[in-house]
Design a protein. Structure first.
Length: 323
């Protein structure tokens, strides 16, 4: 069932890239579970657990083959302060605004990481690292998707209104829009040069997954040890999960040229299919009532973070002289 629905969601995502296969996947999973309640029976749980965990972790490794460590150098020193600054704004804002709105725990973390780094892919990596609740994953994805659509529609006219050149707009889109597909849609609708810049910035920004996920794993492990009153040394496998090591290895192989350019399209499709299958499984195993309990607050958190990151990106470009 997971594979069948993923096989439908991925082509839909390619037809409507602003939405993307992962969002279609979780929606189809929820709808299938609502229309056919027997799909949520105990017999199906092992399959859903495998897809939502193992396939999710494998997807992160495959996505690593699309990132070259050399891309950080290509972006240039002028871009890094803006990327790191917006990362700090998103993560710090998630903590501050989450406390103000009463959005805590997994939902707060996933919305913050998704806004700070790379949308659905970052949410998937964080979910694999901390074992987030399914309702939190669904809410974070819905929030990220909402503001991806707004950004694709609003950024190009706003860029022209502000008089941004191709380089400035590419840096703005690459740091302030979440998912890669939405960055591409906004960037290339502005200009070819803006699209190229936005894509490189976005892929470099995705490398921030590595330290952020390691940090999340360490925090989660320490909290678990504190709750059990155990003072023990943190095992390296808990501090650096195997899927994250695989991600780094995959990116390194891409950097040294062992992953040919000709493979990129196929590997990107495999990665998208795996992450979509994982989200289908999450959708199939969750209850819509869990979403209703969260209310409007997560969406408000996403809105505040998105606006903060968009404004800080422009502000940092002014400060660093890249605008």
């Amino acid at each position: 069932m997971v594979l069948a629905l993923a096989a439908v969601a991925v082509p839909l995502g390619r037809l409507v890239p602003v939405i993307g296969g992962p969002v279609f996947g979780i929606v189809l999973g929820v709808l299938a579970g609502v229309l056919v309640p027997s799909l949520r029976g105990s017999w199906s749980r092992p399959g859903y657990e495998f897809a939502s965990k193992t396939l999710l972790q494998l997807s992160i490794v495959v996505l690593g083959t699309g990132l070259s460590l050399q891309q950080v150098v290509r972006v240039g020193g002028d871009s890094l302060p803006v990327m790191l600054g917006t990362l700090a704004v998103a993560l710090g804002g998630a903590w501050l605004f989450g406390r103000m709105l009463g959005v805590r725990g997994d939902t707060q973390t996933l919305i913050g990481v998704g806004t700070a780094i790379c949308g659905a892919s970052a949410i998937a990596a964080a979910t694999a690292a901390i074992g987030a609740k399914k309702a939190s994953v669904a809410y974070a994805l819905a929030t990220i998707f909402t503001f991806n659509v707004v950004a694709v529609l609003a950024f190009p006219p706003l860029g022209h209104l502000l008089g941004l050149d191709a380089q400035a707009f590419g840096l703005w889109a690459g740091t302030a829009i979440n998912d890669t597909s939405s960055v591409v849609a906004a960037g290339y609708s502005y200009s070819q040069e803006a699209g190229d810049q936005a894509l490189v910035v976005k892929l470099t920004r995705s490398l921030m997954l590595i330290p952020v996920v390691i940090g999340l794993v360490i925090l989660k492990s320490r909290r678990e040890d504190a709750s059990t009153s155990q003072q023990k040394k943190l095992p390296w496998r808990r501090m650096v999960p195997l899927f994250l090591i695989g991600f780094i290895v995959a990116a390194t192989l891409r950097t040294v040229g062992l992953v040919p350019d000709a493979w990129q399209q196929s590997l990107a499709l495999v990665g998208t299919f795996l992450i979509t299958a994982a989200l289908v499984a999450i959708g199939l195993s969750m209850r819509p009532g869990e979403l209703r309990k969260a209310g409007w607050r997560p969406l408000a958190l996403g809105a505040l973070l998105w606006i903060s990151v968009a404004l800080s990106s422009l502000g940092l470009q002014l400060v660093t002289g890249t605008l």
